[in-house]
Design a protein around this ligand. Structure first.
Ligand code: SF4
Length: 302
């Protein structure tokens, strides 16, 4: 199943958003309840290309935005998707702010039947770091409150997972260690959840804001590598978009391939590399900007 943009408006203005500005400017009716249901039914009947991203994936679905939880018929639409796709794993990508409302969270958790994961983006360990990236004052406290409500609700909901996502770029990379310490203190790992640290993707607003965001993978991986003792305290930790040759050996098992093949590339340095099979390679847009000078062909790992 593909990535499905549930709603095209957002209440954050994240500097590294992968959407283009024109996406949010589209008429909201294109994402209305009736239109979304018609699209899903067309897709399920196999009527041509309906969704653009990850259309070849059959075993999971990502509900994206904008901010999906802002959809005026969010609960009705979510219930419809769950009913029509009862066995498919659903991941809802959210900035988490609507979950600051406890009633909203409780209503949501009644509909979000497993297999279901809520993935919430957190941009740093404090309001100054997070709110600067999100472009909204007060976003951090709402997102953290939302996470608290989700954690509280999920205690009674087996099979619904929670993931906290940190997209790394120049504006927050120096905060990485503090971010991990913040999570360990605020959300102790006895509450099972996944953390994903993601090197930013250069598209949409992230491309427009690239001067502000520009961060080489080697610099990002250097800080991630230095934090290995903290990372290993988390039972479930994923590193997305990092070539294996830049990540220290202890952490390589945490690297995941999450982008479709057309968005990744393997360069001449990868040709004789024994890590290639399990390696995400380089993001195509990253390669265009920075080349492959940082890669180190691996001779000794398979
Ligand atoms: S050289 Fe290429 S295939 Fe090998 S680890 Fe680096 S990016 Fe991956």
């Amino acid at each position: 199943m593909p990535d499905i943009p549930f709603w095209n408006k957002c209440n954050n203005k994240c500097v590294m958003c992968t959407n283009m500005g024109v996406f949010a400017a589209q008429p909201p009716l294109r994402y209305g309840l009736k239109h979304q249901i018609e699209k899903l039914e067309r897709y399920l009947k196999g009527f041509g290309p309906v969704y653009l991203k990850n259309a070849d994936k059959a075993d999971f679905i990502s509900l994206t935005g904008g901010e999906p939880t802002l959809h005026p018929d969010f609960f009705k639409l979510l219930a419809y998707f769950r009913k029509r796709l009862p066995e498919i794993g659903v991941t809802l990508l959210s900035n988490g702010r609507r979950f600051a409302d406890k009633d909203f969270t409780e209503r949501f958790l009644k509909i979000a039947k497993p297999p279901f994961t809520v993935a919430v983006a957190l941009h740093g360990s404090s309001a100054p770091v997070h709110d600067r990236v999100a472009g909204i004052k007060g976003a951090f406290s709402q997102t953290v409150k939302g996470l608290e409500n989700l954690f509280a609700g999920l205690k009674e909901r087996d099979g619904v997972g929670l993931e906290i996502r940190l997209v790394l770029h120049r504006m927050n990379i120096k905060n990485f260690r503090e971010f991990l310490l913040f999570l360990l203190k605020k959300f102790p790992v006895r509450d099972p959840y996944r953390v994903a640290a993601i090197h930013y993707e250069i598209e949409g607003m992230a491309l427009e804001n690239h001067k502000t965001l520009a961060l080489r993978l080697s610099a990002s991986a250097g800080i991630v590598n230095a934090a290995a003792p903290l990372i290993t305290k988390f039972p479930d930790f994923g590193l997305y978009h990092f070539p294996l040759c830049l990540v220290k050996k202890d952490l390589r098992s945490k690297c995941r391939i999450t982008l479709p093949a057309e968005d990744r590339t393997y360069t001449r340095k990868c040709a004789g590399c024994r890590a290639r099979k399990k390696c995400p390679g380089l993001m195509v847009e990253y390669y265009k900007k920075f080349g492959d000078g940082e890669l180190r062909t691996q001779k000794g790992i398979g």
